[in-house]
Design a protein around this ligand. Structure first.
Ligand code: BEZ
Length: 397
């Protein structure tokens, strides 16, 4: 094994979580870090497609809510180091049927969680939401809240910052090098790629929807569901300050009936709003099946929503694309984050971060992956996200 290039840490996947992990590990000093990316860096495949993601403090689940509060100072640090704003607090508006149970949360219970966590919000009726933001024809029983610290995350700005910072701290980034095998043992991990074989003390798997391509050789498959979700842009007819919004509605026979939208991005010059249906339907068997072309029926469903409720937007789609949602099949898990101890011999030397709407946690997930890999423990509560029931996510520091 001695003739193989050796690293303290190899990160597999050079997307946001992988680059964040590399940054957080390399900045600790004296840590030789390699990132292997199968495509080019800053690519827009899978979950990172598009220019913005939702930032929110509020979660229905108190343990995950605590994690957003722990992430915020890390975002501020990243913004300071990057010299630019990455979170734009345009506000986060949740409205609809306040008792509907969804995988994104539950409005009424989340309001109780905000009360407990002393996070301020404003409660709004359907009429308030219509008067203030120009939505129309909302069912009269719809209500919700505005949480003003939420908003939009600048995806490309975040990736550029992490790409630069990880290299400034000495991490080596290799593009176009697909990993063929990750073989842990009690002394470390052997990583075989299309180019060569490496040896590392620890490996972090941050390769999103491709996670099972690696774990399969251990006889393990994480129970993830892959959905290619539509993204549709529309031109605004009338300017006004509007927040990110998420409409919580009872499911139809056809789909989950959930829609969300971003206002025009404060860092961009266009006047477009971007909407998505949060439909967990028609799962893909593998990430490679994603086409980048949205299901026309889903575009139609979003456009119908715009026509019914958003007179301030021209209901003619300007642009369509997709994002690949990689979600734990059991929605109560929300994310997979932890070591592979107990799943494979030497699994304590492999940390996995995949699945879930995780962009808002990018700086924290990087810190946690670096903690688990370099210290074997983290102070953050990630028990819910362990890779398998009964398998510890990692020990608490
Ligand atoms: C989220 O905040 O986690 C989220 C926002 C839009 C779509 C799906 C998830």
């Amino acid at each position: 094994m001695n003739d193989h290039e050796h690293y303290d840490l190899i990160v597999i996947g050079g997307g946001p979580i992988g680059l964040s992990t590399a940054w957080q590990a390399a900045r600790r000093g004296d840590t030789k870090v390699l990132v292997l990316e199968q495509y080019g860096f800053l690519n827009e495949r899978t979950g990172t497609s598009g220019s913005e993601r939702h930032w929110r403090l509020q979660y229905t689940q108190r343990d995950i809510f605590a994690l957003t509060l722990e992430t915020l100072p890390l975002w501020h640090e990243l913004e300071r180091l990057a010299g630019r704003r990455l979170i734009h607090a345009v506000g986060s508006l949740w409205f609809g049927d306040v008792e509907v149970e969804t995988n994104e949360g539950h409005i009424a219970e989340t309001a109780r969680a905000m009360d407990e966590m002393s996070v301020p919000y404003e409660w709004l009726t359907a009429r308030d939401i219509e008067n203030r933001y120009g939505f129309t024809n909302l069912p009269r029983h719809y209500e919700g809240f505005l949480q003003r610290d939420g908003g939009s995350i600048d995806v490309r700005g975040t990736l550029a910052a992490l790409f630069q910072l990880s290299q400034e701290h000495g991490a080596l980034l290799r593009a176009n090098e697909p990993v063929l095998e990750v073989a842990p043992d009690t002394g470390g991990v052997t990583v075989r790629t299309a180019r060569t074989t490496y040896r590392a003390d620890k490996v972090v798997l941050a390769n999103g929807g491709h996670v099972n391509d690696i774990t399969r050789s251990w006889g393990v498959s994480l129970d993830v569901s892959l959905f290619e979700m539509a993204l549709v842009s529309y031109r605004q007819r009338a300017d006004a300050e509007r927040p990110f919004w998420f409409a919580f509605q009872q499911p139809t026979e056809e789909d989950t009936n959930l829609f969300y939208g971003f206002p025009p991005n404060p860092w961009a010059s266009d006047n477009e709003v971007r909407l998505g249906p949060d439909f967990e339907v028609n799962p893909l068997r593998h990430a490679s099946e994603a086409t980048g072309i949205p299901d026309p029926r889903h575009v139609e469903r979003v456009t119908d929503w715009v026509t019914a409720h958003m007179p301030w937007a021209d209901p003619e789609p300007v642009q369509t694309s997709t994002c690949l949602a990689v979600l734990p099949a059991d929605p109560s898990r929300q994310f997979y984050l932890g070591t592979a101890a107990g799943l494979v011999d030497g699994g304590e030397n492999v940390v996995v971060s995949t699945a879930g709407w995780g962009f808002k946690f990018v700086p924290l997930w990087g810190e946690i992956c670096a903690d688990l890999a370099l210290k074997g423990a983290t102070r953050h509560d990630i028990g819910r996200h362990a890779l398998a029931q009964g398998v510890p996510a990692g020990s608490a520091a």
